[in-house]
Design a protein around this ligand. Structure first.
Ligand code: PLP
Length: 388
């Protein structure tokens, strides 16, 4: 009998991948499945980025790179942060990693152990809670509620801090709700954190470029008082439609970058060299593809919210970021998992149950609008047929 470590029993998963597998199996057996479950842009990686990677391989860049990343890429990340967040950071604090997830794994494993508490958004990206539990720490949910447009009250977050709190995770714009945290709420949070110098913060800003209605992204990097304890998570996956490239980055405080780099050396040595060259091209090249993609998301955002609000038993607030809508489905009389399963199996529409993102997701369903407007509206028609 093999005996694996007890912590394996505490490691969760990301159900969106399971829904995707079931949707693909249904499609293979001949059903016309509309996938609104998937958390990745339905756009292609822009050609100049693909070309930079193929050129890198042709030029012989096929060996290991420095563990924290190619210096030119780390400099390009720092320049990008200066451009979009108006903050000067030292390129030596940038760690290039294989995807956004790696930053959260490293940050949580760095702080989490039995006796420690880690605050995380709920509903939120499921890997936060999963890895916190895996580390042995206690996951302490920050409830994100519909009546606050899925943002939080900074005072309520600060009230959850105890002497055992090691790390606070913030995600804005957010998965799965499409909510964003306003600059004024971040101001309050940052000010309040000054009384809790033992708490590190990980800010997951992977959807930073996807905000709407002319409201700029509010970043936690803006606060000088957090500079020595803030871990920034971002990457290329969503902004440049590069989910399969596995390329992300983090910015660490001076006191943590060495430990984070050691984790990288132990885990993956370095990121695929050609992908890093692609990353440079993405940051330094034309940004019109990003603007076009975000404009398309914005158009679909209005369309899906209007359509969802026309369904019996469904109400949906307008999300302010990312590419997700998170309607309240309690009026259908079904719990979220039942509705998710019925939509997939009877209407062939893939969505993700709110509870896949934590207990506070009951009563909601995640729709990704990373699909064509035509498909989105066709999916809503099918759902209407099922609900009436
Ligand atoms: N953070 C959030 C909030 C996400 O939604 C995702 C992906 O869905 C990630 C991080 C992970 O991104 P990556 O695919 O680059 O690992």
């Amino acid at each position: 009998m093999l005996q694996v470590a007890q912590r394996m029993g505490r490691l969760g998963t990301e159900t969106a991948f399971e829904v995707l597998a079931r949707a693909e199996a249904l499609a293979r057996s001949g059903h016309d499945v509309i996938n609104l479950g998937i958390g990745q842009p339905d756009f292609k990686t822009p050609p100049h980025i693909v070309e930079a990677a193929t050129k890198a391989l042709r030029d012989g860049h096929h060996g290991y790179t420095p563990a924290p990343g190619i210096p030119k890429l780390r400099e390009a990340v720092a320049a990008d942060i200066a451009k979009y967040r108006d903050v000067e950071i030292d390129p030596d604090l940038v760690l290039v990693v294989p995807g956004g997830k790696v930053t959260m794994f490293f940050a949580i494993m760095m702080f989490g152990e039995p006796g420690a508490e880690i605050l995380y958004p709920n509903p939120g990206f499921p890997i936060y809670e999963s890895v916190i539990a895996f580390s042995g720490a206690k996951p302490v949910p920050i409830p994100l509620l519909e009546d606050r447009d899925f943002s939080f009250d900074a005072e309520a977050v600060l009230d959850l801090i105890t002497p055992a709190t090691r790390l606070l995770i913030v995600n804005s714009p957010a998965n799965p709700t499409g909510g964003t945290v306003s600059k004024s709420e971040l101001d309050k949070l940052a000010a309040g954190l000054e009384a809790h110098p033992h708490v590190a913060v990980m800010s997951d800003e992977i959807y930073a470029r996807m905000t709407y209605d002319g409201v700029p992204h509010a970043s936690l990097t803006a606060y000088e008082s957090l500079r020595d304890r803030l871990i920034l998570l971002d990457g290329w996956s969503k902004t440049y439609a590069m989910t399969g490239w596995r390329l992300g980055y983090s910015v660490w405080p001076k006191s943590l970058i060495e430990g984070a780099t050691r984790m990288a050396v132990n885990c993956h040595s370095c990121v695929n060299a050609a992908a890093q060259f692609a990353g440079i091209a993405a940051l330094e090249g034309p940004q019109d593809s990003v603007d076009t993609m975000v404009a398309a998301f914005d158009d679909r955002r209005h369309a899906i919210v209007d359509a969802l609000n026309g369904l019996p038993g469904v109400t949906c607030r307008k999300p302010t970021g990312a590419f997700y809508a998170f309607p309240n489905i309690t009026g259908t009389g079904m719990d979220t998992r039942t509705l998710q399963n019925r939509l997939l199996e009877e209407a062939f529409v893939a969505t993700v149950a709110g509870t896949s993102f934590g207990a506070y997701g009951e009563g909601y369903l995640r729709f990704s609008y990373a699909n064509s407007k035509q498909n989105i509206l066709a999916a809503i028609d099918r759902i209407r047929d099922l609900l009436v």
